[in-house]
Design a protein. Sequence first.
Length: 93
Amino acid sequence: MVQDGPLGLIRIGMYGGPMPDRNENTGRYTGKYPTEDFLSAISAEDGLAGTGEIAERVGCAHDTAYKRLQQMEDEGSVVSRKVGNTLVWEIID
């Protein structure tokens, strides 16, 4: 979802996507990305996607995606496996 920033401008992140919301008190970006964004990114890649592909679709840094996907794996919503030099992620049904 794209949100309007100050003066009606749209905030665009380094990777072309909208930036996460800002904390109203500190002005810092919260850096939170909804789990649904990651699940949708995997689904959009036919149910199996590399960390870089997911990061690009979500609009976050590779490291951010990797950490969030690891958390989701610990929670039991995705599973990862190594394919060559790439870590790929799949949604657990």
